[in-house]
Write a protein of this length. Structure first.
Length: 283
């Protein structure tokens, strides 16, 4: 059985050298990962596929992927790890609809793209350049460092998305199972949780070619809780992150999450977390 690795924050960047072996067992993550091959060569085992890797390659891994590198020549890897929470935090991401439209096959399923995802030399230079800027900012943070990193990361995602779009055209279509469909619906809800018009049953039914009357039943059957409960839990998880990591005050967070006022937000958060949001803010 493969190991599963976790991260405790929504964004992480590091670089390491593998001289003779990669140093990690075959494993999965609960996050997304971009692996930049800065130097070296060998083989990459991804799910049921094996491909050669070399300097300048970039691999995109989802939480459903299992992988391992076999080092042939001393290799240096640059790693960017990020959780889905980062997508939610960047709710104003101008290309989020474009991104989601072309990445469903990657986000909702295990990876069907075993090879490096870079399609042209110009994008390779941009992606590796953006990685270097993100790495340097992460290692030596300055004032507004988080803002700089997420802005650079947003630019990286835009360049990445057009390469994934081109690569996905070559990938075989995959039939969506019930589990995949539930995962897809929940991902859609999490990414659009701040947009009321996109997370009502009619909108979800339209997005996933379902009957509006069946959406709630389908979610309850496979998840064990109602759609509204899931939406509220998602908002509360987002609230928890904002309380811990942002400079927004409680009124601003309540407004951002779509609550009538801070009192309604505080009551909902107290029920979810067992503590007042102001108490968490002060920790």
């Amino acid at each position: 059985m493969s190991k599963r690795f976790y991260i405790t924050r929504d964004f992480d960047v590091f670089e390491f050298e593998a001289v003779h072996e990669w140093g990690y067992p075959r494993h999965k993550h609960h996050f997304f990962e971009l692996t930049f091959v800065i130097k070296g060569s060998g083989q990459h085992l991804l799910n049921e596929s094996m491909v050669d890797y070399k300097q300048g390659d970039l691999f995109f891994l989802t939480p459903k992927d299992e992988h391992e590198f076999i080092v042939a020549e001393p290799s240096t890897f640059g790693i960017i790890k990020f959780t889905e929470q980062l997508f939610i935090e960047k709710a104003s991401f101008a290309t989020s609809t474009y991104w989601r439209k072309h990445l469903e096959s990657v986000i909702f399923h295990s990876n069907i793209i075993a090879k490096s995802i870079i399609c042209n030399e110009q994008d390779r230079k941009q992606l590796f350049g953006l990685y270097a800027l993100i790495r340097d900012e992460f290692q030596m943070p300055q004032t507004y460092g988080r803002n700089v990193m997420t802005a650079l990361f947003e630019a990286l995602l835009i360049v990445l998305s057009r390469n994934l779009k081109a690569t996905l055209k070559e990938a075989p279509p995959e039939r969506m199972t019930d589990k995949d469909k539930v995962d897809a619906i929940l991902t859609y809800v999490r990414q659009n949780v701040l947009k009321k018009d996109l997370i009502n049953t009619k909108a979800i039914a339209s997005a996933f070619q379902m009957s509006p009357n069946y959406v709630g039943i389908y979610i309850k059957k496979h998840l064990g809780i109602s759609l509204q409960q899931y939406i509220m839990e998602t908002k509360m998880k987002m609230a928890e992150s904002l309380l811990k990591q942002s400079n927004l005050n409680i009124n601003e967070i309540a407004f951002k999450l779509g609550f009538v006022d801070a009192a309604h937000f505080s009551k909902a958060f107290q029920k979810y977390a067992g503590m007042n949001p102001s108490a968490l803010k002060q920790l």
